[in-house]
Design a protein around this ligand. Structure first.
Ligand code: PLP
Length: 398
């Protein structure tokens, strides 16, 4: 029998049991990994029944697999949405939505702090198919509204943004879309459904790079889009053509990572807040970007719509050139140097070097990327160990 695990249950129960059958194949407690590229039919009538949709079952691996179906249900429940579509990566999810929703002549408006590859895909590639991309300053709602015209089909933002951790007022963002009959999409990778659920504020689509907190172990790439079943139907259909599905094995790993999602996020939030407070009080640190700090530009919005502030922290050193900043990064012992975020292992990087090294200094500055800036993706290690490590790195006492 077993109960349908749904919204009535707490987040950690949903994370462990949501979307899963109570009794599984082989009486196994875990879902078996189904390594199959195709699914067979007993006879011709079974094929016809399937085509006439009398049967729900697998057909060919590009259209779906059982492990993906389970993890999609779990993600939809965690986000409070009707349906979810899992992709090979976060970028594949963005490409999947944009390609299915926008046609030649249509326009999309972005807040300019969105993930640079998403903006690049629209501005440099969708433009080849006649789609126009407009970018306005992050959190400038008047500018966003002014950029809308009768061809606008989609409004896109991240919240929080990376690396400045700006927080979009989701109710306001969704209301602009509704007022103009334009759909809205939030990339909530940095928030996760533990900290914020944009659908509750009226946003149409929530997107995650599940590579980050959702899988949580820096061992796979995945993306997901969540929303109403009817709105996702054409997006799912197109994924079957694009072939950007994830593998059964990765979907299993994502499902496994999600079992501990709720407890991991509690530690990520706790570490993030403690380290942000430590950094803000340190004499070598000039500025900290973390929405959980009262000094943060969007702290009030964050407090009103989030349950926690995550573990991505950006900070700038006082009187430090790029080399002195790199020295602090190089002295860290626990966080490893690398891009990405949301995994159990802490990562640290200097955005000027890691992501913007090849750009001219003026262009970097126009994106708000300063030479003295460090971005830390705090993991779930012991809080005091991380603080002690940052202290010795900042003070050069090792
Ligand atoms: C990493 C990231 C992406 C891209 O996801 P991939 O899984 O790397 O393709 C998109 N948006 C945000 C906010 C991200 O952090």
């Amino acid at each position: 029998m077993g109960l349908e695990i749904d919204k009535l249950y707490g987040d950690s129960t949903l994370a462990v049991h949501g979307g899963e059958a109570h009794q599984k194949a082989q009486n196994s407690i875990t879902d078996p990994v189904v390594m199959a590229s195709t699914y067979t039919f007993n006879d011709t009538q079974a094929v016809i029944d399937y085509i006439e949709q009398k049967q729900s079952r697998g057909e060919y691996g590009r259209y779906g697999n059982p492990n993906e179906a389970v993890v999609e249900k779990k993600l939809a429940k965690l986000e409070g949405g009707e349906d979810a579509i899992v992709y090979a990566s976060g970028m594949a999810a963005i490409v999947g939505v944009v390609m299915s929703k926008l046609s030649a002549g249509d326009e999309v408006v972005f807040f300019d702090e969105c993930y640079h590859r998403s903006r690049e895909f629209c501005a440099k590639h969708m433009s080849r198919f006649g789609v126009i991309t407009r970018q306005v300053e992050a959190c400038n709602y008047e500018a966003m509204e002014a950029a809308i015209n009768e061809n606008t089909k989609l409004l896109v933002s991240e919240s929080p943004t990376n690396p400045h951790l700006s927080i979009v007022d989701l109710e306001r963002f969704a209301a602009i879309g509704k007022r103009h009959n334009v759909e809205t999409l939030i990339d909530a990778t940095l928030a996760t459904p533990h900290n914020c659920r944009p659908l509750e504020f009226g946003v149409d689509y929530v997107l995650h790079s599940a590579t980050k907190y959702l899988s949580g172990h820096n061992d796979l790439l995945a993306g997901v889009i969540i929303g109403d079943t009817d709105k996702l139907e054409d997006i799912r259909y197109l994924r079957g053509i694009l072939g950007s599905i994830n593998s059964a094995h990765n979907c299993y790993l994502l499902q496994r990572g999600l079992k501990t999602f709720d407890v991991r996020m509690e530690r990520h939030n706790q570490n993030g807040q403690a380290i942000a407070e430590f950094l803000e009080a340190h004499p070598r640190v000039e500025k900290v970007y973390y929405p959980g700090l009262e000094s943060h530009q969007y702290h009030d919005v964050a407090k009103a719509q989030m349950n926690g502030f995550g573990s991505l922290i950006t900070f700038e050193l006082r009187d430090a050139d790029w080399r002195a900043t790199a020295d602090v990064v190089d002295r860290c012992r626990i966080p490893k140097i690398g891009p990405s975020l949301g995994g159990v292992e802490s990562l640290i990087e200097q955005p000027m070097v890691m992501s913007y090294y090849e750009l001219p200094a003026e262009e970097r500055a126009s994106y708000g990327i300063r030479d003295n800036m460090i971005r830390m993706a705090v993991g779930i290690e012991n809080t005091q160990d991380l603080i002690d490590d940052l202290k010795q790195a900042l003070e050069g006492t090792a």
